[in-house]
Ligand binder design. Structure first.
Ligand code: GUN
Length: 328
């Protein structure tokens, strides 16, 4: 486990160094007046390192089994339109598939593709024995009914874990394909042996992609769970009570240091592209990382935290379906 020493390029602290290029101890005023200059105490939950380890393990499993089974696992990622963020995510997913030995059956459709055309593609992939997982990249263009499309994916090929059957299995505590981002959070917490039983967990965000399944998974681990969101009254009072705080509202920097209980575990699910004060585009999460790293015991970075874990869980779901359908 490595200690956070704030060496990430492009952070606020780097920018502050340009303004105050002297050690903190030379200031005639308390460092606490300059929170970004304080030594960061939180330990990093390194999602990138764990995702690499999981990918290595999946690659070994696939190498061992593909001779016996007679084929490699297959994943179809369907993307519609040209949303640049989605295109980057899809490329990343396909690159990771290639790295571990999963064949990509991905298709990229023009924005004006109709609901009927996509339904036909999903029906075909449901029947295709080379395909173990199907994912429809969200968001979709407005004229498409995403919910209806997700419902048409065969539940046992639902690599995203978003089909009502899989969400129902999660509600019931049955095994099934789990939503990738919350599954990635749970796997990361488990890797660092963060105790959850009896702990107060607060999830900020209530999306079907993250917030709701996240709360259910924490509940399954015997945490005492609260779901809060952007409309919650006195959000600070709720988050300040959290031993485990999951920020998943999709609002850049929404969680500030004063909203965090000292010693809490803070997981940042947000991935927001913003333009900084130098006009440079960069990724930030839903938490104010620099300040919260002085308060929390554990913290996830953006990038390098939950993003890579989501991809690792997608690959894992695909391999689980592959093992299931081939009876291994
Ligand atoms: N768009 C952003 N994240 C995701 C994800 O995890 N699954 C899907 N299907 N679309 C996304």
């Amino acid at each position: 486990m490595r200690k956070w020493r704030n060496k990430r390029p492009g952070t606020d602290k780097d920018e502050n160094k340009k303004l105050f290029p002297v050690p903190c101890s030379l200031f005639p005023v308390p460092c606490s007046l300059f929170p970004s200059l304080m030594k960061q105490t939180a330990k990093i939950l390194d999602g990138k390192a764990l995702a690499d380890k999981i990918q290595q393990e999946l690659s070994e499993t696939i190498t061992k089994l593909q001779g016996k089974i007679g084929r490699s696992p297959g994943l179809a990622v369907l993307m519609v339109g040209d949303n640049p963020a989605s295109a980057a995510y899809v490329r990343n997913k396909e690159k990771s598939c290639a790295k571990v030995g999963i064949i990509s059956f991905g298709k990229h459709f023009p924005t004006q593709t109709s609901q009927t055309e996509l339904e036909a593609v999903i029906a075909e992939l449901n029947e295709d024995e080379r395909v173990d997982g199907i994912l429809v990249q969200l968001p979709l263009p407005n004229h498409l009914d995403a919910v209806s499309l997700l419902h048409q994916i065969a539940p046992d090929k639902d690599a995203d874990g978003l089909h009502p059957v899989n969400l129902g299995r999660l509600v019931r505590g049955e095994t099934g394909l789990r939503s990738c981002t919350p599954a990635g959070v749970m796997r990361l917490l488990a890797e660092y042996k963060i105790p959850l039983q009896g702990k107060k967990a607060v999830v900020v965000g209530r999306s079907i992609l993250v917030g709701k399944p996240m709360a259910l998974m924490l509940l399954e681990a015997n945490a005492t769970v609260t779901i809060a969101h952007s409309k919650s009254q006195d959000l600070s009072a709720i988050t300040q009570d959290a031993d485990i705080l999951i920020a998943a509202a999709g609002i850049p920097g929404m969680i500030t240091a004063d909203m965090v209980k000292p010693g809490a575990v803070v997981v940042d699910v947000g991935i927001n592209r913003v333009t900084d004060s130098y006009g440079k585009s960069r990724l930030v999460g839903d938490i104010q990382f620099e300040a919260i790293a002085n308060v929390a015991e554990y913290i996830t970075p953006v990038p390098g935290g939950i993003g890579p874990m989501t991809v690792a869980m997608l690959l894992q779901n695909t391999v689980s379906s592959y093992l299931q359908t081939t009876g291994n």
